[in-house]
Design a protein around this ligand. Structure first.
Ligand SMILES: Nc1ncnc2c1ncn2[C@@H]1O[C@H](COP(=O)(O)OP(=O)(O)OP(=O)(O)O)[C@@H](O)[C@H]1O
Ligand SMILES: [Mg+2]
Length: 259
């Protein structure tokens, strides 16, 4: 009895963070992987990084491969317990649910199942074990993104800086609002910001309140070292920017759960 109420409380305190954009190559996976490290290592949350993109590589950034191929889709049909596919990383409190090739069929699978809240229910169950669940999303506008919007407590939208940043953000917001339902808060983040470039400076000036992640060789190195920035360059400005962004996200989530 006691155990049950403890896990119910954990599920209530748990939150799901989606890193999403309909555009490819904007820094979603890099951001997801680094925020997951901040969540576990800096905030001390038990954290799950869930890779929803067959080609995405969130698992790769932690040197984690799926144990077997063609099983990730079974989680969505409820033929397989996600716990069986979850892998530990080298970092305390940080696990990964890697994607495999079967995820390529996820959109059709979800559409056929007709269970509009399947992802939301899966993350709610995982919330008994994890305080923060970070979804690394594929660059799509389909049933997967619709389910992500229903499952998330906050949606982070990375936007490479350009005079079109506001427009790009508005398009994503329209898409999210287009679901016709109440949607979670949306947080735009200027990604790959290079202040030596005029257009980037202009985008920064136009959006001074948006959190920003710099374009940096340290961040690029994540894919080479298969580690988050905080693990190999903890005192770098890039690590500080990820930590700053994480604090902003976590504050919003704590306000939500206490309000
Ligand atoms: N802040 C950054 N500084 C330097 N390089 C970056 C930064 N963010 C991402 N990159 C690099 O840009 C490329 C694309 O990043 P990433 O894979 O995170 O984008 P994505 O939005 O997940 O792409 P996809 O839509 O294909 O899944 C990668 O090579 C990554 O290493
Ligand atoms: Mg990606």
């Amino acid at each position: 009895m006691r155990k049950r109420s403890a896990s119910a409380k954990a599920a209530k305190d748990s939150a799901t963070i989606a890193v999403y954009s309909a555009k490819g190559g904007v820094g979603k996976t890099t951001l997801s992987a680094n925020l997951a490290w901040c969540s576990a290592a800096l905030a001390g949350h038990r954290t799950l990084l869930w890779d929803l993109d067959a080609a995405g590589g969130a698992g790769f950034l932690y040197g984690v491969e799926p144990r077997k191929s063609k099983q990730a889709e079974d989680v969505f049909s409820q033929e397989r317990d996600p716990a069986k596919l979850i892998r530990k990383t080298a970092f305390d409190g940080l696990d990964v649910l890697p994607a495999d090739n079967s995820i390529r069929r996820l959109n059709e699978q979800l559409a056929q199942l007709g269970k509009r809240k399947r992802l939301a229910k899966l993350v709610a169950r995982l919330g008994a074990d994890y305080q923060r669940i970070i979804l690394d999303c594929p660059p799509v506008m389909n049933e997967i993104s619709a389910q992500v919007i229903r499952a998330a407590d906050i949606i982070i939208v990375p936007l490479p800086p350009s005079p079109l940043s506001n427009r790009a953000f508005d398009l994503v917001v329209d898409e999210i609002k287009g679901s016709g339902k109440a949607h979670p808060p949306i947080l735009p983040v200027l990604s790959m910001l290079d202040m030596r470039r005029t257009l980037h400076r202009q985008a920064r000036e136009a959006n001074p309140d948006w959190p920003a992640i710099p374009y940096s060789s340290v961040i690029e190195q994540c894919a080479v070292r298969q580690m988050p920035v905080g693990a190999f360059a903890r005192s770098s400005p890039s690590a500080a920017r990820f930590a700053h962004l994480w604090n902003a996200v976590d504050r919003k989530l704590v306000q939500r759960s206490t309000s």
